[in-house]
Design a protein around this ligand. Structure first.
Ligand SMILES: Cc1ncc(COP(=O)(O)O)c(C=O)c1O
Length: 464
């Protein structure tokens, strides 16, 4: 009985989910993925905003233009025998039969359909946080004692999950490598490896993963490529480039409001299906599913994500370019001097720029903190806060905040210097208003530093 409940789950629902993507509903997933890869190989030119707009629009119960929120945890049936049929796998979400919202919920499924359309995957399901999306996927794909090859440049929480939590909880080991070195990735893969894991654009160093090259290695070695696309929704579509699974911290750009913690898993229906298995499914058994009210909120924000990303990217490009003229050490993949500028150009969707994240290396934590202080408290350019994707600019010193889980050695390997200030560029106010605030804060830092430096002793005065 427990097994049967899954037979109708996402496999059938995926047919509803897949409308806006590759080919017909009858194509199998491997074919769709191949088509996606072929398209990616030739540089995918379609716009993810178009894919999102082609997803089925869900109307409200009374014809409302917005979908209704199915806020129920449990679902009733008219006849007792219907319950038996649902548990026997004869009736399911594809025919609007639901059992319990930790399993499937109609509103959360609708958001999943939008996410799948946007990322070009067969299916998607949404979770309570980005970390739960990542941990659930990895625990589903990697049995105890298995192995992961991961980028050495990752969000601190993910790094801790891989380097500390998974070895302790399930003897899953990770080898961290430079993922843009295919030979190193290949060499790190063992018979136990199940997953290659990378962030499209790494937190906080903004290195860009060569997803087509990683996908080629993953296929050659028969492992899954899982990509965290939190920094670059719309800008890059990893599944179109060959990633098997795309995960998101929806708490960031996708939400846009810095008010919700949420995540998403976009990938093959059979993966989401296995994650809902009553016996071994991580979504079903660890239970990090999304609340329907949260799913509704996010579904209302997705349609303007393309516009928001364009503005985040456009402003990040303007500030990065101008900050360089102030003599600051700027890291931004949109600048031609960024080591992965050309790579990002070659894999990015056109029209979305190079993303809304930039970094300034101030050399020391003290100087980084001085800049942060003036940017927030003197000129009101932005807010000293972790996270990203908000309409206000958010800024933090990564080494002592979001990457503080990492050892000093791991930070050095990842290129996280103590003075690295990460900025998520917002779009409130005008460009010139914000630029004037930024310039003023930099000038204030320089004045203060000049006052702190002991004056040079003029020649000829020291006769001792
Ligand atoms: C790249 C990346 N992935 C995942 C996460 C975790 O997401 P959440 O905070 O939604 O659990 C974060 C959080 O900062 C992140 O930056």
């Amino acid at each position: 009985m427990a097994e049967a409940i899954h037979s109708w789950s996402v496999d059938n629902v995926a047919k509803k989910l897949s409308g806006a993507k590759f080919g017909t509903e009858d194509d199998d997933w491997e074919n769709k993925k191949e088509q996606g890869k072929a398209a990616a190989g030739a540089k995918w030119t379609a716009d993810p905003a178009e894919a999102l707009a082609s997803a089925r629009h869900e109307f409200g119960e009374h014809g409302g233009v917005n979908m209704s929120i199915e806020a129920s945890a449990t679902f009733t049936v008219m006849e007792p025998d219907t319950m038996r049929k649902m548990f026997a796998g004869e009736l399911g979400p594809d025919r609007d039969f639901f059992v319990y919202s930790r399993h499937f919920n109609p509103t959360v499924l609708n958001l999943g359909r939008q996410m799948a359309a946007m990322e070009g995957t067969e299916a998607a399901y949404c979770t309570a946080s980005g970390m739960s999306a990542i941990s659930s996927v990895l625990l589903q794909l990697c049995p105890a004692g298995s192995h992961i090859v991961a980028s050495r440049c990752l969000y601190g929480g993910t790094h801790a999950l891989l380097s500390r939590f998974l070895p302790r909880a399930a003897a899953i080991r990770t080898t961290f490598v430079d993922v843009n070195d295919p030979a190193a990735v290949r060499a790190a893969i063992t018979g136990e490896t199940r997953v290659i894991y990378a962030e499209t654009m790494s937190n906080p160093t903004l290195t860009v993963a060569d997803i087509p090259a990683l996908s080629a290695v993953a296929r050659e070695k028969g492992v899954m490529l899982v990509v965290d696309n939190t920094f670059t929704p719309m800008v890059v579509s990893p599944a179109r480039l060959g990633a098997d699974v795309v995960v998101h911290s929806v708490s960031k750009f996708i939400s846009g409001g810095a008010d919700i913690i949420a995540g998403a898993i976009c990938g093959p229906a059979r993966l989401v299906n296995s994650m809902m298995d009553l016996q071994i499914g991580t979504l079903m058994l660890l239970g990090p599913t999304m609340n329907a009210k949260v799913a509704f909120e996010i579904a209302e924000r997705l349609p303007h994500l393309p516009l928001r990303m364009k503005e985040h990217s456009s402003r990040a490009m303007i500030y990065a370019t101008r900050m360089k003229t102030l003599g600051l050490s700027v890291v931004y993949p949109g600048l031609p001097d960024h080591p992965h500028h050309r790579l990002l150009q070659s894999i990015a969707n056109s029209g979305y720029g190079f993303g809304g994240m930039l970094c300034v290396d101030m050399g020391t934590e003290e100087r980084a903190n001085r800049l942060l202080h003036h940017l927030q408290n003197t000129t009101q350019f932005g807010l000293i806060a972790v996270s990203l994707g908000y309409y206000e600019t958010l800024m933090s010193c990564s080494g002592s905040s979001t990457s503080s889980e990492m050892s000093q050695e791991d930070k050095e390997t990842a290129g996280i210097s103590p003075g690295l200030v990460r900025m998520s560029v917002g779009y409130s106010g005008s460009v010139e208003q914000r630029w004037a605030q930024l310039e003023k804060a930099v000038a204030a830092c320089r004045r203060e530093e000049a006052a702190l430096t002991p004056p040079a002793i003029p020649y000829g005065t020291n006769c001792a």
